[in-house]
Design a protein around this ligand. Sequence first.
Ligand SMILES: C[S@@+](CC[C@H](N)C(=O)[O-])C[C@H]1O[C@@H](n2cnc3c(N)ncnc32)[C@H](O)[C@@H]1O
Length: 451
Amino acid sequence: MNSPNPALSEILFASSRCLAAVQTGHSLTEALAKLPSKMRPAAQAVAWYAMRHWGLAQAWRDFALSRQPKPWLSCHVALTLLLLDAAMIEHGHAGEDSLQSPLDQYCPRYAPHTLVDQAVRAAELAKQGKAGCGLVNAVLRRFQRERPAFLAAVKHNPVARWNHPAWWIKKLKANYPKDWQTILDATLTPPKLVLRINRRLTSTEQVLVAFHVAGYRCRSLGQDSIMLEDSAVVSALPGFTQGHWSVQDQSAQLAAPLLGLRDGLRVLDACAAPGGKTAHLLELADVKLTALDHDSSRLARVKENLSRLQLMTGDVTLKVADARALEQWWDRQPFDAILADVPCTASGVVRRHPDIAWLRRESDVSQTTMLQREILDALWQTLAPGGRLLLVTCSVFPEEGEGQAQAMLTRHADAIRLPAPGQILPEPATDSAPGHDGFFYAAFERKALDR
Ligand SMILES: C[S@@+](CC[C@H](N)C(=O)[O-])C[C@H]1O[C@@H](n2cnc3c(N)ncnc32)[C@H](O)[C@@H]1O
């Protein structure tokens, strides 16, 4: 099913460049997208694995480099290689019974000396010079020798143990005194691939048959959802080009049905890109839909996705605009239903985007909370009396969940809270179940003030 993998040193080189980009504040997804397609699956598997072990790797770097000259501390690629390879050595040590990760498909559990040799070659590819390659070699060989002592030394270091920033762990502990460890465990377990079937074009049964015929192991999760047992390149799976399904986590699949759509309603998807939930709305009913996003390149992906799924009809309008600036985009015709899948820290989807934990800063929580509030206040004005607004965030931080929902009720006397799942905590994948992401859902109806 897969073409031959690139050499390990090339994979390490490509992934370390992407991880260096994360360290300067860029998204891993964007960095990976710039790699040649042949390299991408393996580099992605390695980089994701490394991000899930980044706290431990950082602890090692601090320990190992405490005796190194300071100029090395600014040498991103060599440092990233050290971090990356330390994580990979952990992969080699992971028990045979540990859950198979996508990494196993591209990189077997290499012996530590092989990983060190290949990291040195990667440092050569990265033109790190004799001194840089020597540093990578010396520090990683030391890691091999001193690993047991190092692991014992960092046993009580929460960042090394939980592979999340200290502020994040502290926040989860404060908000979920009983569940914080379960949440972090779930977040560190790679997800299984879950697909939502496009019921306009096909059925779960037909998709299952097509996958089995093509040799993929998969099974129904009920409703329009199936799970793939193995990792795979999405665009190579049967029915992708024909638009028979979309990749969507089970928690995210709850959104569209919660709006209670009927044919003919006027619907707004206010923060639509890349369009996973937009497509689901259109699969459920013949509605007149406006999909809004302030980012034109991301909105282009909505068009691409709807076109692939054969949902880009005359009833769909795409608009690039800031949801808060009503004068830019609203024609003053009220909407019957609004999906407000507002921007957030994405702290609930770290299991599928492990770079998020390392990209966020603690101050981001209050900033996104404020932005969400402004977007919600603007959207509320566009909702028809009797209409429904669904607030969605893929976060586990209560400020972006229940806190936001309560504040909404305080600010809008004409808002009635409807039943919705509230906070969904992430659950880890097992061999037989896909687990799910962390999400928050709150639904509101707008009553007429004089009723
Ligand atoms: C959580 S994502 C939406 C995911 C999408 N609903 C889906 O299911 O595929 C949030 C989106 O909000 C957009 N966004 C952020 N600030 C915005 C604003 N002020 N107005 C409109 N869109 C905004 C972002 O560009 C991003 O695409």
